[in-house]
Design a binder for this molecule. Structure first.
Ligand SMILES: *Cc1c(COP(=O)(O)O)cnc(C)c1O
Length: 232
């Protein structure tokens, strides 16, 4: 009940942000971040029409994918957490998208391990846009080099960029980071005009409106759909 209502509210907010910033409603996709939440919650969201889900932990994600494999064949699964190289196979074999690609070694392994009977794995390069201390994501000036490397891997398809900017309530700071990401996406598209680069994954529960204002094409929402997470 709650989850369905929450989804409705978020769709309303996305629509409003799109209207305010002269964007087509269909230009922003909603990714439901279901990490730590039980399969029952995912099922509820599915029944309410949600089809794309994001998971941060490999093992937990794979268990959920297994659970839904025969029940619903139209769920799109996104891996959005940090990935160690010894876990790449599980991601390559199970997920549809991998959003946190940040080095050659992971890209090579995902490419080698992607089953040939599956569509290429959609990947996003994660950019460390504001949080210098975080180890996740590459620096903006490393983007083109990594994109060139990915281009030569036939079982990966580079679709765009992803970022988790430093959390802040300051709208100006939020927009600075998101605008910088939008400019990087433009640069990436210009460098690889023949590739289907169409995705800018940014915006979470607390900064979704700023992200949409600045060009996000995929917001990743957890708390506002499923409630607070309990990590115990
Ligand atoms: C947990 C998480 C989210 C969702 O965050 P909320 O604030 O709960 O909406 C989005 N993106 C990533 C990468 C996450 O780890």
């Amino acid at each position: 009940m709650e989850i369905a209502k929450n989804l409705q509210n978020i769709h309303k907010n996305i629509q409003l942000s799109c209207l305010n910033h002269h964007r087509d409603r269909d230009s922003v996709k909603l990714l439901a971040v279901s990490k730590t939440k039980p399969v029952e919650d995912i099922e509820t969201a599915y029944q309410a029409g949600q089809r794309a889900f994001g998971e941060n932990y490999v093992q937990e994600g794979v268990e959920k994918i297994e659970y839904f494999k025969t029940k619903h064949t139209d769920i799109e699964w996104h891996f959005i957490g940090p990935l160690q190289s010894n876990k790449t196979r599980l991601v390559a074999e199970n997920f549809d998208w991998m959003q946190t690609l940040d080095r050659n070694k992971i890209a090579s392994r995902l490419n080698e391990q992607r089953p040939v009977n599956k569509a290429p794995l959609n990947v996003l390069i994660q950019i460390n846009i504001s949080d210098e201390s975080s180890k996740s994501g590459i620096q903006p000036d490393e983007m083109i080099t990594l994109a060139k490397f990915i281009k030569n891997l036939p079982h990966l398809r580079l679709r765009g960029l992803m970022a988790i900017p430093a959390a802040t309530d300051n709208i100006v700071e939020q927009e600075q980071a998101f605008t910088a990401m939008n400019q990087l996406l433009i640069k990436l598209k210009q460098a690889f005009p023949e590739q289907q680069i169409d995705t800018l994954s940014m915006g979470m529960t607390d900064d979704m409106a700023s992200a949409i204002k600045c060009g996000s094409t995929m917001v990743r929402i957890g708390t506002a759909i499923f409630g607070h997470r309990n990590y115990d």
